[in-house]
Design a protein around this ligand. Structure first.
Ligand SMILES: Cc1ncc(COP(=O)(O)O)c(C=O)c1O
Length: 315
């Protein structure tokens, strides 16, 4: 990942040079993680760059803000326009998109009432999160000693900045022990998700995943994969996932905007299925990437195209 090619940032209504997008060290969010954000991907298609499920990501951004009592001072059309214009200004064919709404500087009392809500959008090129080889061959994961927080402690379906300290603890531990990614259990001992990904497994041709009752973020890639699987007439079962389920599964994979559809080939050294990318994972992955590339008519609605014409239209 590199920020070097990103030249422009959108901040509170203006596009400004990357190096000018600075924030004072007294900002509330810097001290307490009081912000909400999204992570989207813009993909290269034959019809120009297109943001995958932009509307769904914006829905989740506003929902995350609402849960935390934050009012975002821009409406959906303004943020859609801002994202499209920023991608165009940076000249990217594909990139990651990160809108962030955070409490700025005014007071460092825990209640942020006096702090202004600041909104920024960053875009930059970001390759496969768990590596290009991971997408094909699968990744090695470990069960984290850190549990995923329960929704009684913090809303798990919101995407708030401070909650990612939980994920950071887990991924740091996993990487320090030589693994690619962590699996977090929920407080009841079931499997929740990866540090930044949802989880699926395959048994006898059926797909299994969990939901918000198991402390996960309800991923937008997760819902895309469920839709694709159902369109293939594959049975999708939603319920608790036990560690045992993974160890005896035919295939296991992660989904996420960053990780896309990444097979898991080992859990704590135990080989899953045939130890590589399983056939259903590969099929779902291929359809997912056709959808993101605009090559599958069934899923064209998932794309917001960022051609100059579209930018003019949304402006
Ligand atoms: C904790 C967590 N779970 C799951 C996901 C996957 O969600 P999505 O597919 O919407 O990116 C993410 C990424 O945003 C995440 O941070």
């Amino acid at each position: 990942m590199s920020f070097e090619q990103a030249k422009w940032v959108w901040r509170d209504g203006s596009i400004i040079p990357w190096q000018d997008a600075t924030t004072h060290v007294s900002a509330h969010a810097l001290h307490y993680g009081s912000g909400v954000f999204e992570g989207m991907r813009c993909y290269e298609t034959l019809d120009g760059p297109a943001v995958f499920r932009l509307d769904d990501h914006l829905d989740r951004l506003y929902q995350s803000a609402a849960v935390h009592g934050m009012t975002i001072p821009y409406d959906r059309d303004e943020l859609t326009e801002a994202i499209c214009r920023l991608i165009e200004r940076n000249g990217f064919k594909s990139c990651y998109v990160r809108p962030l709404c955070f409490y700025g500087s005014s007071s460092l009392g825990l209640h942020p009432a006096k702090c202004p809500v600041e909104v920024v959008i960053l875009v930059w090129p970001w390759d496969a999160y768990l590596g290009a080889a991971g997408l094909e061959e699968g990744v090695r994961v470990t069960v984290s000693p850190w549990k995923k927080f329960h929704s009684d402690m913090m809303p798990t379906t919101a995407k708030a900045c401070g909650q990612y300290i939980n994920s950071i603890l887990a991924v740091r531990d996993a990487v320090s022990r030589g693994f690619d990614e962590a699996l977090l259990l929920d407080v009841n001992g079931g499997v929740a998700e990866g540090s930044g990904e949802n989880l699926f497994f395959v048994r006898n041709g059926e797909l299994y995943t969990n939901d918000e009752r198991h402390s996960i973020l309800l991923g937008i890639t997760r819902s895309a994969v469920i839709q694709i699987a159902r369109d293939l007439r594959c049975q999708v079962n939603v319920g608790p996932i036990l560690l045992d389920d993974l160890l005896t599964a035919d295939e296991v994979f992660f989904t996420g905007t960053a990780a896309e559809v990444t097979p898991i080939r080992e859990v704590d050294g135990a080989v899953i299925g045939s130890g590589g990318r399983g056939p259903l994972t590969e099929r779902l992955q291929n359809i997912f990437f056709s959808a993101t590339a605009g090559r599958d008519e069934r899923y064209r609605d998932w794309l917001t195209f960022v051609t100059s014409e579209t930018v003019k239209l949304v402006c």
